[in-house]
Design a protein around this ligand. Structure first.
Ligand code: SAM
Length: 267
């Protein structure tokens, strides 16, 4: 199927499944450059994790985070909409892991009790749900299943950096031909939903959340992918250390393709 044909699929669930027939999620975080998103997110999650904590991974993809934390002995629940992804997590799960895996929609977490997880990861659904009402509903569900003192982590794709990377990495004539509003610079929400830093902040605040940290997850990694992928191991390690520093600086937050928000329920 061609990318544009996805638009002919009416059901959002079926469209997302068809999208991941085009994109192979199993390899998305596998290059040196793309791994930075994973390593940065793990580093942030580990700031809040304590032994015995329970993690819910919504939009778990093929299980990068679920398997990583289950390997470390945490009790993890992975949920994803796409059957192929759920199957893949099941294949990769080791018998000793405390890892429950469900196919399901982050809009309906009724199988989980209120206040039941210490950490809830929502690293995917909010950049797939097209309807703003559904994004709010998803955040409500995340809040409901998260313990009152628990931490919620939300990922978004940054509208403004899409214009930068499309132009500089993939389509040199994007500014002329790209599908974005010439005045507001809003990029068409396809194949993902794109949001500005300010819109993401408002969405979380309007959902009754306090933002604890804002992290430039992958920063310039996509833009500099060729250079990063060619680094030797020592240079990569040094770049990674710099990136970790950069990713926490408020002045760089918007210069990142993925935005990570750490949030808590308002006290
Ligand atoms: C790009 S992947 C990210 C996977 C992983 N969380 C990560 O950050 O690497 C986005 C995932 O979100 C899943 N997803 C999208 N909308 C969802 C929804 N409403 N409920 C559950 N999963 C959803 C997709 O199927 C896909 O596996």
């Amino acid at each position: 199927m061609k990318m544009e044909d996805l638009l002919k699929i009416e059901s959002e669930e079926e469209r997302i499944s068809a999208l991941y027939e085009i994109f192979d999620e199993d390899f998305r975080l596998s290059s040196k450059a793309s791994r930075i998103e994973f390593l940065t997110t793990v580093r942030q999650i580990e700031k809040y994790l304590k032994p015995g904590m329970k993690i819910l991974d919504l939009g778990a993809g093929t299980g990068e985070y679920s398997l990583y934390f289950a390997e470390k002995g945490y009790q993890v629940t992975a949920v994803d909409l796409v059957e192929k992804h759920v199957k893949r997590i099941k294949e990769k799960k080791k018998p000793y892991m405390k890892l429950d895996i469900f196919q399901g929609n982050a809009l309906d977490l009724s199988r989980f009790e209120n206040n039941s997880y210490d950490i809830v990861l929502c690293l995917g659904p909010l950049y797939h749900l097209e309807d703003i009402g559904n994004r709010l509903k998803c955040i409500e569900e995340v809040k409901r299943v998260c313990k009152d003192d628990g931490m919620m982590l939300f990922a978004f794709i940054n509208n403004d950096m899409v214009i930068v990377t499309e132009t500089m990495c993939y389509q040199p004539d994007y500014l002329r031909k790209g599908n974005y509003d010439r005045k507001t610079f809003k990029v068409r929400d396809f194949p993902f939903v794109f949001i500005t830093v300010q819109q993401a902040r408002e969405l979380l605040k309007n959902s009754g959340l306090t933002i604890v940290a804002e992290i430039a997850t992958d920063g310039l990694s996509e833009l500099l992918a060729d250079k990063i992928n060619n680094m030797d191991d020592e240079s990569y390690q040094l770049w990674l250390n710099f990136h970790f520093y950069y990713s926490e600086k408020p002045e760089f937050f918007g210069a990142s393709n993925h935005l990570l928000f750490v949030a808590q329920k308002c006290k």
